[in-house]
Design a protein around this ligand. Structure first.
Ligand SMILES: C[S@@+](CC[C@H](N)C(=O)[O-])C[C@H]1O[C@@H](n2cnc3c(N)ncnc32)[C@H](O)[C@@H]1O
Length: 296
């Protein structure tokens, strides 16, 4: 089946290229609030976040940490709102996000990103559906934010539980999607019993994608192709349009190509283009790829 794939280097808080009610599925993994590797990107993207970091550095107060954390989620929520606009009635949004742990002002604590995303998406109008826990065996146990337990994990009560799961939150816009009776593409996208039994369950045991040596590849914090592939086959049918507003290395585009869906991906860092092109170079002949840039 002939499919089209667009990559747009632009800020996905405004997806001007996409009319209302045209996307069937959104899958993505945003920068995670309060994870160090994304600090600079959040700071550069939003003046309020940059201002709050400055305030925090000069005068470290708990209330500033709370406002900073909220400002990061307000930034992400702009993309969730745009997603709601472009999704069709019954369209699904899948958001992969991990919680963060961090020591600020000498106090170690959890930043429960998944719950903030759920709150924002519900306020926007999405219906929350049961979510998936992606269990990552790669994360090492921690003690006081410093890596391994160092033996103290055996001595109660000061060790804490390892963050070894990420969330795949699932939302729907409006009522269930409707199809004509015996719709060809829907029946042609039917899952096998093995797929259905393994995928529609709450815990997915998948190894994290191997982060290779290149700085650019590490920077994208890519999710495994298997995650994008499963979600696309579970929540869309052949020929649908799949969106990723935080495209990174292009995992979603690759999965959409393999599953015969159309796709559109937004990414604001155009230094990622060579990486994206490399991963999509072996695409099937039937996949047409286009790349565009928008300045603002
Ligand atoms: C966690 S990474 C996505 C990784 C991706 N799932 C993959 O498999 O490679 C998040 C990406 O979102 C991009 N980004 C952050 N804010 C953005 C925005 N407002 N618009 C478009 N892209 C954005 C970042 O540059 C980064 O590449």
């Amino acid at each position: 089946m002939q499919t089209e794939h667009r990559i747009i280097f632009a800020d996905s808080r405004r997806m001007l290229e996409l009319p209302h009610n045209t996307v069937h599925l959104m899958i993505t993994s945003p920068p995670y609030p309060m994870i160090k590797m994304w600090d600079t990107q959040f700071e550069e993207a939003n003046v309020e976040i940059a201002r709050l970091w400055q305030v925090l550095r000069a005068d470290p107060r708990e209330e500033t940490v709370t406002r900073l954390y909220e400002a990061m989620h307000i930034y992400l929520a702009e993309v969730w709102r745009e997603t709601y606009r472009v999704l069709v009635e019954g369209g699904i949004a899948c958001i992969n996000i991990g919680d963060a742990t961090r020591t600020i002002n000498g106090a170690f604590r959890l930043f429960p990103n998944h719950s903030r995303v759920i709150e924002h998406c519900q306020r926007i109008g999405f219906t929350s559906l049961p979510y998936i826990l992606w269990k990552k065996p790669t994360t090492k146990p921690k003690y006081k934010g410093k890596g391994a337990f160092l033996g103290s994990g055996f001595l109660p009560p000061n060790a804490y539980v390892t963050l070894d799961c990420e969330y795949i939150l699932i939302f729907r816009k409006g009522k269930l999607r409707r199809f004509p009776k015996h719709d060809y593409h829907r029946y042609h996208s039917k899952l096998s019993k093995t797929q259905r039994d393994a995928w529609f369950t709450q815990i997915w045991n998948l190894t994290g994608t191997r982060q290779t040596a290149s700085h650019v590849e590490r920077r994208t914090a890519a999710f495994p192709l298997e995650i994008a592939d499963r979600l696309i086959r579970m929540f869309s049918v052949e020929g649908d349009l799949v969106l990723d507003p935080f495209l990174g290395s292009g995992t979603t585009t690759e999965a959409a190509m393999l599953a015969e869906r159309n796709s559109v991906g937004y990414e604001k860092d155009d230094a990622l283009l060579p990486l994206i092109e490399r991963r999509l170079s072996a695409r099937p002949d039937a996949c047409k790829l286009s790349v565009a840039r928008r300045e603002n």
